[in-house]
Design a protein around this ligand. Structure first.
Ligand SMILES: N[C@@H](CCC(=O)N[C@@H](CS)C(=O)NCC(=O)O)C(=O)O
Length: 211
């Protein structure tokens, strides 16, 4: 059975969401977003940087949310949640799947650093504004692409677990501007999914400084 190491309010929610969509049994270990939770020798043995998500599946232990999502889909979805490799959707599935960590998350990370993680006296307004500007630019193509669509590819796919989750996080950070109506609708479609609702609540009872 897959074991997921999850910190609430983080990218680990993507993996929990996918596992819930696929109705797979899994074991959960919740790690708070603290030094003790993420930087313990035990967790660093799973991820040298002390980050989440990490999964274990039998003998394997892997990190990187995109790799984990791809692994679970390839191994356990019976062909669901991704287009066929020969379909015209497949390249776009890959594009949006990877656009998430490649283009959307770097400025979002910076916003979290500048608004939550750094102590107030070390925050930099210029860096924060640059990150907000870049995030908004990065979300624009997503907003355009999902016009008249409920999800990125087809009915729903693992690309939504990646990029859709980022759009949800950007919304929570207040970084989706009022005029990005398609992203707002997309995020409300995501929020209406029971698997998402369940995943996003995991670990909420644990004392966690972010989330
Ligand atoms: N690219 C990695 C990023 C992993 C990552 O940075 N995770 C954050 C939570 S969203 C984390 O564990 N942060 C802990 C820290 O910065 O100490 C992935 O997609 O898994």
């Amino acid at each position: 059975m897959i074991k997921l190491y999850l910190t609430p309010g983080t990218r680990a929610g993507r993996v929990a969401w996918l596992l819930e969509e696929l109705k797979l049994d899994y074991e959960l270990e919740v790690l708070p977003f603290t030094k003790e939770g993420l930087k313990s020798p035990e967790h660093r043995s799973r991820h040298a940087l002390g980050r989440v998500p990490v999964i274990e599946d039998g003998d394997i232990s892997i990190f990187e949310s995109g790799a984990i999502i791809q692994y679970i889909v390839d191994k356990y979805s019976n062909g669901d949640l991704k287009p066929d490799i020969n379909s015209s959707d497949y390249p776009y599935y890959l594009q949006w799947f990877h656009y998430c960590e490649g283009m959307v998350m770097p400025p979002m990370n910076q916003i979290v650093v500048q608004t939550v993680l750094l102590p107030p006296d070390r925050r930099d307004e210029t860096v924060l504004n640059q990150a907000k500007n870049l995030l908004s630019k990065s979300l624009n193509p997503v907003n355009n692409f999902i016009q008249d669509k409920d999800y990125l590819i087809g009915d729903f796919s693992a690309a939504d677990c990646m990029l859709g989750h980022s759009c949800y996080m950007a919304t929570r950070l207040g970084a989706v501007s009022e005029d990005m109506l398609n992203i707002k609708k997309y995020v409300s479609n995501i929020e209406s999914r029971s698997a998402f609702q369940k995943a996003i609540k995991l670990g909420e009872d644990v004392d966690n400084p972010i989330g």
